[in-house]
Design a binder for this molecule. Structure first.
Ligand code: HEM
Length: 145
């Protein structure tokens, strides 16, 4: 069963980079149009949706990890300050909520400018929350070890 932990932890570790790349891509796409006359294209829409989906995947992996450790009666983030596990879970969920709101509100916003501004605002909020949630002292890259 320890193998399952290593597999989930490795995927959670790697998906963090997918989240960050998708977030930066969504940010670049949305700031490109703020204050300009560009049309909000399907590529811009896709960037916002991809960022949200990567966060949803990360939350699912995190919940599985958390449940697995709980079933083994092993504390998550052993050695870190005790409140960190709740900060990590809370901030991770909040980041996913911000990205989901961003995706939904961008769809509903009327006009190109409103879409670019809405996408930029929620992507910044979500990305900053992700950066605060990440335990940066843990391995930057884990490959099934
Ligand atoms: C913004 C979303 C998230 C990001 C970017 C993120 C990132 C990370 C990273 C980089 C690690 C360390 C991986 C390693 O040591 O190789 C980690 C560990 C972990 N995360 Fe997340 N996480 C997120 C959300 C969540 C959520 C929502 C939960 C739970 C519901 C969660 C539960 C865990 C658990 C249980 C661990 C392992 C702790 C341990 O091994 O002691 N994460 N996370």
């Amino acid at each position: 069963m320890a193998t399952l932990y290593v597999i989930l932890l490795t995927l959670h570790n790697l998906v963090r980079w997918l989240v960050l790349l998708a977030g930066v891509w969504a940010l670049l796409r949305s700031f490109r149009g703020v204050g300009g006359v560009q049309t909000f294209t399907s590529t811009d829409r896709g960037a916002v949706a991809m960022f949200m989906s990567s966060l949803h995947l990360q939350v699912v992996l995190g919940l599985l990890l958390f449940a697995y450790l709980g079933m083994q009666h092993v504390p998550a983030f052993a050695g870190a300050r005790p409140s960190f596990q709740w900060e990590h879970v809370g901030l991770g969920l909040l980041a996913a909520v911000f990205a989901t709101l961003g995706n939904a509100l961008t769809k509903r916003a009327a006009g190109n400018q409103a879409k670019f501004r809405t996408a930029a605002l929620w992507t910044v909020l979500s990305l900053v929350t992700v950066l605060l949630a990440i335990p940066w002292w843990r391995p930057l890259l884990r490959l099934f070890a």
